[in-house]
Design a protein around this ligand. Structure first.
Ligand code: FES
Length: 76
């Protein structure tokens, strides 16, 4: 079953970025807004993107791998 994520959702992409959908603002540590063009954005979690905090697809080139997301994932 493939369900459309709810508004305000974060999708953990296997071996890739976090897809963030909904009404939110991205800010720097000092509170400055980070510009974004789309309602849905892909946030880099591999650390290799040249356009952080956004994903630029580099995770594929570096063969970034993650553990499967699941109920045991409770946070940092
Ligand atoms: S997750 Fe895509 S470039 Fe880092």
């Amino acid at each position: 079953m493939n369900q459309e994520p709810a508004e305000g959702s974060i999708v953990v992409c296997p071996d890739g970025p976090l897809l963030v959908r909904g009404d939110f603002e991205i800010v720097t540590p000092s509170g400055e807004p980070v510009p974004r063009q789309r309602r849905t954005v892909a946030l880099c979690r591999c650390g290799a993107s040249a356009i952080k905090p956004y994903c630029d697809g580099t995770h594929k080139l570096i063969k970034f791998r993650t553990e499967p997301a699941g109920p045991a994932d409770t946070g940092p």
